[in-house]
Design a protein around this ligand. Structure first.
Ligand code: GRF
Length: 220
């Protein structure tokens, strides 16, 4: 996906504090990074990630979904804003809006998302509480291509987080978030360099059906 003598251009969609955005910004500044973040769009005014973009000198826009009469008109405005930057990749980083089929189809194979569970388990909200209720030994996070079903697209990479005795949804969320900050830049590097592509509903890494797997550093 890297253009000749040029980095892949990325637009990041956020709704919240933007700690994942920060990890992507930091990684984009490492030597040899295959992407640059061109623009950040938030659907929530005052989202912490907007301040992070501002501090990093990245152009940003707020498109408040509440200013639109319905989902379709919001998505039309969002798509116009994204396409004005001609990005190679659209990255959802804590972007809390369900996206409909026409929007998702338009960006198929070039829009990715992070979800704080080991997909396909625990799609949707309250993931950590549901994982603890289920008594799993391992939690984690997944980066996947965005498809029409929520948190359903083909997986690009996953990182494992052991569940510890006495974990609460909050303590587990914190340790998973640390792994999100390792996993997302690693996956975006693969997509931006063209090493990871979506083909026939699966991720191909270096030409073979495969998924990046990250183990915890230092035992969790
Ligand atoms: C992350 O856990 C992400 O996986 C989830 O929402 C959280 C967003 O965190 N969808 P941040 O805004 O990147 O700090």
């Amino acid at each position: 996906m890297t253009r000749v003598e040029e980095k892949a251009r990325v637009v990041v969609l956020i709704s919240g504090s933007g700690s994942n955005l920060q990890s992507l910004i930091d990684a984009s500044r490492e030597r040899g990074s295959p992407y640059l973040i061109d623009h950040v769009i938030s659907n929530r005014p005052g989202a912490g990630g907007l301040e992070r973009a501002h501090k990093a000198g990245i152009a940003h826009t707020t498109l408040d979904h509440k200013d639109f009469p319905d989902r379709a008109s919001f998505e039309t405005a969002l798509g116009t804003c994204i396409d004005a930057r001609s990005p190679d990749i659209v990255v959802c980083a804590g972007f809390m809006r369900v996206l409909t089929e026409p929007f998702v189809s338009h960006y198929q194979g070039r829009m990715i998302n992070i979800h704080p569970s080991l997909l396909p388990s625990f799609r949707g909200l309250n993931t950590h509480a549901r994982a603890l209720d289920a008594g799993v030994a391992f939690a984690g996070c997944s980066v996947h291509w965005v498809s029409v079903g929520v948190d359903e697209g083909a997986i690009i990479g996953q990182a494992i987080v052991p569940v510890l005795p006495g974990d609460t949804p909050e303590s587990l969320a914190q340790r998973v978030l640390e792994q999100e900050h390792r996993l997302y830049p690693a996956c975006l590097n693969l997509v931006a360099s063209g090493r990871a592509i979506l083909r026939e509903g699966r991720t191909f890494l270096d030409g073979k059906p495969s998924t990046l797997g990250l183990w915890p550093i230092g035992g969790g």
